[in-house]
Each structure stands twice: as C-alpha cells, then as structure tokens.
Design a protein around this ligand. Structure first.
Ligand code: HEC
Length: 256
C-alpha cells in the first residue's frame, strides 16, 4: 500500500507544477481587453506627443548660439511633458498599477525620454552653434527607438508619415500603416484626429495596432510646406504640404 500511494502523489505534484508553470508562462497582458489596449495606446501616444511638444516649443532656445546651458535637462523635459499631458487630457499624469503593461510602457517611455535628453545635453548645450538638428521629429525617432529597446518586445512605437512625404527612410510606413494612411486618414470623410485600431500583424507577429493621424500646422510648413522641393533651413526638401493636411502618424503596437 505504502508503495502504491507514492505514485499518484508524485503524479498529482507534477500536474500541479505543470499547471502553475503554464499559468506563469502566459504573459500578463494576454488577458487585456480591447478597451485596455486602446487605453494603453492612447496613454503612450499622448505622452509621446507631449514630450515631442516640449522640444518643438523650445526649438528657438535649442538653436540659440549665444547660450550655453539651455536648462533642458531630462528632469525638466519630463516635468514639461507632464504639463503638456495635463493640457492635452485635462488630467494629471498618473502611474498605472505596478505590474501592469500600462505601467511598464509608461516607465519605458519616461526612461526613454530621460536617456535621449541625457545623451543630447552636449549637443544642445554647445555654445556658438545655431542649428543643431535636434528637431521634434528627430527627438521623436530617438525616443521611439529607446522605448522599443526598453519595452523588450511587448510593445512598439514609431512616428511615420504618408509614403510620399517621408524624409527619413527609417520612418517609412509599413504596409498596414500605409494602408490606413492612404485608405482611411486621407479619406475626406474620415473624422479628424480619430485613432484607427485593428488586430493586424506587425513585423510578422500577431498584434493589436493603433495609429493616430497628425496634420500640418502653420509652424510645420516652414519646413514641410510650399514650394515643393525648395530647401528648408535644415537643408531638406520641402514636401509642398498644406495647412491642415495629413502630415504624419504615430503608430503603436502591443504584441498579443
Ligand atoms: C525646422 C524644420 C522642420 C519643422 C518646423 C518641422 N519639421 Fe518635420 N521634419 C523635419 C526634418 C528635417 C525631418 C526628417 C527627420 C529625420 O531625418 O529623421 C522631419 C520629419 C518629420 C516626420 C517624420 C517622417 C519623416 O519625414 O521622416 C513627421 C511626421 C514630421 N516631420 C511632421 C512635422 C510636423 C507635423 C511639424 C509641425 C508640428 C513638423 N514636422 C515641423 C523638419 C521640420
């Protein structure tokens, strides 16, 4: 009898261990609802835009050759990002509960801003240099790259634009993004500023995808406006864009 009881007990133990291992191997965010995913995408794209807005607002300061230290430390940029966030949403920036994907993405994005701004200090504080090439879109690219590296394959963010407007090849839209930009965002009937979400592959993996349209404002047209082909102050060619025209999009991904 003694001998027999051993077997089922071992089996039961193995089974329990197997179930536990299985439970813990399932990524925490697999249980996220569509609503949760939209909320995370909205949060992260909002912080991303808020941070880029800080660089846009301080462009003159950044390009001021007469000044050394610009006072745009990582901490200052993060504090101003939170102010822009509040202006955009009406709410104070708030960290989500620890252990959630929302919190993980928030932390990764704030860390990304910090890293990019720390690395940029020598460039933006260089006295005697005017144009530094530290533009909102370049900051956004660096912030996205840093976020993507920090979030470790769980999510992804990128600034992109209509195919025929892309200057930096690394910002080219993928097939899905190009499809939404051309087929939805450029449709005159498409509601302005409305995000488009779908379950679609990203880099060959099944994912939740969210994309937010952005339009040219007056200030953008100095570089992206008319006449098409003329050089802007950065030496790039103007796109011939018009006020209010679709000029870009922020694309966000959560892998299933
Ligand atoms: C001082 C000139 C300048 C201004 C002003 C400017 N941009 Fe740009 N923009 C650029 C340059 C240069 C690039 C290419 C950046 C790179 O090489 O990564 C760029 C890139 C972009 C991109 C990424 C896609 C691409 O072409 O690689 C978007 C989207 C964009 N700009 C939108 C805007 C919007 C919207 C505004 C206004 C809110 C704006 N830009 C204002 C110069 C400017």
């Amino acid at each position: 009898m003694e001998k027999n009881r051993c077997l089922p007990r071992t089996a039961l133990f193995s089974l329990t261990a197997f179930i536990l291992a299985f439970l813990f191997s399932v990524p925490a965010h697999s249980a996220l609802s569509q609503e949760d995913k939209v909320a995370i995408g909205t949060e992260i794209t909002t912080i991303y835009r808020a941070a880029r807005g800080v660089i846009a607002k301080n462009q003159k300061l950044i390009n001021d050759a007469t000044k050394g230290d610009k006072g745009l430390s990582a901490d200052v940029v993060i504090a101003k990002t939170k102010e822009n966030y509040k202006a955009a949403t009406g709410n104070d920036f708030k960290m989500a509960d620890a252990g959630t994907l929302k919190a993980e993405t928030q932390v990764a994005l704030l860390d990304a801003i910090k890293e990019v701004m720390n690395n940029a200090q020598p460039l933006i504080n260089e006295k005697g240099k005017g144009l530094k090439g530290f533009l909102p879109a370049i900051f956004a690219k660096q912030m996205g790259d840093a976020f993507n590296q920090k979030i470790g394959g769980k999510a992804y963010i990128k600034l992109t634009a209509p195919k025929d407007y892309v200057r930096n090849r690394a910002n080219r839209p993928d097939k899905w993004e190009a499809g939404v930009i051309e087929g939805k965002f450029k449709d005159p009937g498409y509601e302005k500023n409305k995000v488009f979400v779908a379950d679609a592959e990203h880099k060959g993996k099944p994912a939740f995808r969210l994309i937010l349209p952005e339009y040219y404002k007056e200030a953008c047209l100095n570089c992206h406006g008319e006449p098409k082909g003329e050089k802007d102050i950065t030496g790039g060619k103007k796109e011939g864009g018009k006020l209010g025209e679709l000029g870009g999009a922020i694309s966000f991904v959560i892998y299933n």
